[in-house]
Ligand binder design. Structure first.
Ligand code: MG
Length: 288
């Protein structure tokens, strides 16, 4: 099932997206409860009553979780082809550890960096001149847990969405820690909605990204170096994961820095990201 967060008729709502993607069934949930939590307000509760069906074209989609209550957890260098393109790029402050990590590289993005489908990715040339896109499968945690074993990890997953892990490469290279380069305002487009776990086969799900119609990234979640259970086991090692936590699992090759010369984002660019079984997340770049 697909669950969306959207603005309609002057208030925020959550609902279930119809099978053909043309309509959304609005749930009877107070706007207050979903303003920041979005679809994560549904986790662990019986599905609310449907109040009405609205054509999707009439609503304004938001990020499925517009303001996660904690930072978005992210995995770096988690596809072999990207690990190599990044290690050779000159921007990799973790390169000394080798191209392919021995344990998941974990960083985070602040919750305030999240924007929804159709929102602008704002680039500030006084801050960065090398802003890049990264299409990623993101996991939404459904059940709290600490020291979660790999074999039990999938029972803690509620669903999936797409995250564009937008990155200022110059800032990523300058600072050993990646938070500043990854957490700039508007640098975490998320959407277009969340899909429950039955909607995706993690062993074989295609991941694609276009910029202005040019296919730049094309891979499959079956090629992750550290798969979702391994990531959850590593992250929950002493840290209690909570319902609504979002984990971006890493991006494949084909990001802007992988080209010679690099193809960083520019004013007016349109970034379109598609993960099979989820949908399409599209955002336009705006120069401040
Ligand atoms: Mg990334």
């Amino acid at each position: 099932m697909k669950f969306a967060t959207f603005d309609w008729n002057g208030a925020r709502h959550v609902g279930r997206v119809s099978g053909d993607g043309a309509a959304v069934e609005r749930f009877d949930v107070a706007a207050e409860r979903v303003r920041e939590a979005g679809v994560s307000a549904l986790i662990g509760n019986p599905l609310p009553k449907v109040t009405q069906t609205i054509r999707l074209a009439e609503v304004s989609l938001c990020a499925p979780i517009p303001r996660p209550r904690r930072n978005i957890f992210c995995v770096g260098k988690n596809y072999y082809d990207h690990a190599h393109e990044f290690a050779n790029s000159g921007f990799d402050s973790s390169a000394a550890q080798g191209a392919v990590p021995k344990a998941p590289i974990i960083f985070s993005k602040v919750p305030e960096s999240v924007v929804g489908p159709g929102a602008a990715i704002r680039i500030d040339p006084t801050v960065s001149t090398s802003v890049d896109y990264e299409v990623e499968l993101a996991v939404i945690v459904g059940k709290a847990g600490r020291n979660i074993a790999k074999a039990d990890a999938m029972a803690h997953v509620w669903g999936y969405t797409i995250v564009n892990d937008v990155t200022a490469r110059d800032l990523q290279g300058l600072h050993s820690q990646w938070l500043i380069g990854k957490s700039q305002d508007t640098f975490c487009p998320m959407g277009p909605w969340a899909v429950t776990t039955d909607g995706l086969d993690l062993a074989d799900t295609s991941v694609k990204c276009w910029v202005n119609g040019e296919l730049r990234q094309e891979s499959n979640t079956g090629l992750l170096i550290f798969d979702v259970p391994t990531i959850i086991a590593a992250l929950s090692n002493g840290i209690t994961l909570l319902p609504g936590d979002v984990i971006a699992t890493g991006t494949p090759a084909g990001v802007g820095l992988g080209f010679k010369p690099p193809k960083f984002l520019r004013d007016g660019d349109v970034v379109r990201q598609e993960i099979a079984g989820i949908g399409v997340l599209e955002n336009r770049v705006e120069r401040l």
